[in-house]
Ligand binder design. Sequence first.
Ligand SMILES: [Zn+2]
Length: 507
Amino acid sequence: MSKQQRTAIEPTREQNYAEWYQQVIKAADLAENSEVRGCMVIKPWGYAIWENIQKVLDGMFRETGHRNAYFPIFIPKSYFEKEAEHVEGFAKECAVVTHSRLEPDGKGGLVAAGELSEPYIVRPTSETIIGASFAKWVNSYRDLPLLINQWANIVRWEMRTRLFLRTTEFLWQEGHTVHENYEDAMLETKKMLNVYADFAQNYLAIPVIQGEKTEGEKFPGAVNTYCIEAMMQDKKALQSGTSHFLGQNFAKSSGIKFQNREGESEFAWTTSWGVSTRLIGALIMAHSDDNGLVLPPKIAPSHLVIIPIFRSEEERTEVMKLAEEIQAELKNCYFEDIRIYTELDDRDLTSSERNWYWIKKGIPLRIEIGPRDVASGTVMLARRDKEPRDKVPVPVTELKTAIVSTLSGIQASIYQKALSFRDENIVRIDDHQEFYKFYTPKNANQPEIHGGFAFSPWCGSVACEEKIKTDLKVTVRCIPFENQLEDGKCVCCGQDSKLRVIFAKSY
Ligand SMILES: [Zn+2]
């Protein structure tokens, strides 16, 4: 590799994908590991991405009739125990609060004291604590549907953590709703899955497959779990959002009863659904390249950086004048429904250093302004989704229009690129041997490299699901809503199969 071709991120995706991911986060200054094991510090550029995700999703929840509320971070152990499957699913990753204060230990340190009569669980999800409130709020069919969302932090004691993808504490939203009957609750579950798919595709520029989880992969305590699954650039799947139909399970354990239209008391039907800071991990892995982060403009914290270039004080004056004029013109300017934010980087660094700084952060557009540009009335515009050296001249008078249309263009082209990549790597496989070959590493040094998503027949048995998981570390990601009904032979056991499902390695 010649010197000119060196990339900003080392190793490259090809050399070591997992390490590349960490280096992209570091180079973009999104987040870092904290001193607290498994917990991350989200830095301003990373947090701004989360705030944009929140802003858009919150608008979508509001549009679909939901309202935000907030519930306690602590859940009494007894609440948790009421739903057997639920407690079993989360028991191994709970942080438990057992004491209420600290006392001197007599050796200059402190010791926990004031043991609680009942321990509290730091919420790993809030069905049970929210259910306790809902039981009080819901009395009659007139109180339904009850459509609530909470933005909160969550704790799940993970043994192996990775920034954004799996952390002990993370940020998320959890929707919790109560309905009169099966149909309404099921409708809500699927409606919110659609909201997630819409958001992933139209804002994060990540194509997703919608489907249902198998019995073994569903949320503990749910009747059905639906999900959106995305393909990352290493061809692994990332579950990017889930929506659960809880039936009457949690209504029974929390006592959510209502008087129906016939005047009889019955248990309500509930749903829950959530997405988390994991979506930032998905963004990074779906779009970024060997020069760092690539952000879809609709979710980028900032859209354009102006890099003034000058050698003398005289040049500085004229270049900065134009730079500030351009920045002022772009104030209160929108592309589609997104407000454009700009940066003016006049730090005492070379133009190359400033360019690379912003390339690694994934800012969608860069313009350089030098004395010659001031004279010609033209600036050079560069797109993050193109090669760093690709720049096009744009007359200053047409700049605003060019920026607005280029941002939409980048959004569309990033999505198309991710879509083509995914579609090229979903393969219909009907043969057992071919299936195993598809997931067998070709190179021992790169055990993670494999074929992608297999769209294959599965007989529906847990035994086959388990065998494939043990042999290949491959799981059924979902039973997709589209094209799943098809007669075939299970790729594991060869028995008759009525379903075609998405298999993949996953995060
Ligand atoms: Zn089978």
